[in-house]
Design a protein around this ligand. Structure first.
Ligand code: HEC
Length: 250
């Protein structure tokens, strides 16, 4: 076969081009991404690393196959109705995932998107759903296609005093349902999922009022600071708010 070297070179070139495009390029562009300053409110650093229990929960999420049915990505308006659905205040961007290892975007939505699950429920609600998905069910209360994860709980005989962390769900007489450490970690992980602060590449929708001010805080300029307060405006003093919003062209 005389064309052996050409064949080899051709194959090599296709592999090399794919590697440069799909591995090297993204790595150069995003590999060293650092937390960003948020816009549309007080500028704070985002994202922050998840608390320890939630980090352990990410492993349970991964091992339990939650990502087979749940995504963690809010698509931009051009690519779907996620924003209209209320899955999040803004689309997901690469910054949201820089601390995730691995990133569990998911591909199928048999269940709701969980990118902002922490905005909708607390850890207890997640535990109840893991124990029995039909207890809190938006679709129809008798049935859920989400499997129950009962093995993450212990059905324990109530001792002299009931456990403080027993779940408030129906249990056989004399028994209580106590989440195992893996369940508690998983619930902390889900209840910690939030992609809310607005970023430069995912700015607030035009005219939206900022939501990422610290609780109880107002972003109005301090009295006497000489900066005039804008009506409904929250980020008057933030120079980045003058950047045109790429999403507003639609
Ligand atoms: C077989 C598919 C499937 C798997 C696997 C699955 N879920 Fe679900 N999940 C669903 C469906 C469907 C719903 C919504 C319907 C309902 O309310 O039961 C849901 C709902 C939820 C909700 C409520 C979301 C909301 O916005 O109200 C949470 C939280 C959740 N699942 C977490 C998990 C976690 C954590 C795991 C892994 C341990 C998991 N799910 C595995 C299908 C699944």
């Amino acid at each position: 076969m005389n064309n052996g070297p050409m064949l080899f070179l051709g194959l090599f070139a296709s592999m090399a081009i794919s590697w440069v495009t799909f591995v090297l390029g993204p790595q150069v562009q995003m590999g060293g991404m650092l937390p960003a300053q948020t816009v549309g409110g007080l500028a704070v650093s985002y994202p922050n690393n998840a608390p320890g229990l939630a980090r352990q929960g990410a492993e349970v999420y991964r091992a339990s196959g939650c990502a087979y049915c749940h995504t963690q990505q809010v698509r931009p308006t051009e690519l779907g109705s996620d924003l209209a659905h209320g899955w999040g205040p803004r689309r997901s961007v690469a910054h949201d995932y820089i601390f995730d290892q691995p990133v569990m975007l998911g591909t199928q939505r048999l269940g709701p998107d969980l990118a902002n699950a922490g905005k909708r429920m607390d850890a207890t609600a997640v535990l109840v759903r893991l124990w029995d998905p039909t207890i809190i069910n938006h679709l129809d209360s008798a049935h859920s296609i989400m499997p129950s994860y009962k093995y993450l709980f212990e059905v324990r005989k109530i001792g002299r005093t009931p456990s403080s962390d027993a779940l408030g769900v129906a249990a056989p007489a004399g028994y209580e349902i106590v989440p195992k450490p893996a369940a508690r970690a998983l619930a902390a992980y889900v209840a910690n999922l939030r992609q809310e602060p607005y970023l430069f590449e995912a700015p607030p929708p035009p005219g939206a009022v900022s939501t990422n001010a610290p609780a109880g805080g107002t972003n109005a300029p301090a009295a006497g600071s000489g900066v005039p307060a804008l009506p409904g405006g929250t980020n008057a003093a933030n120079p980045q708010s003058a950047v045109p919003n790429p999403q507003s062209s639609k």
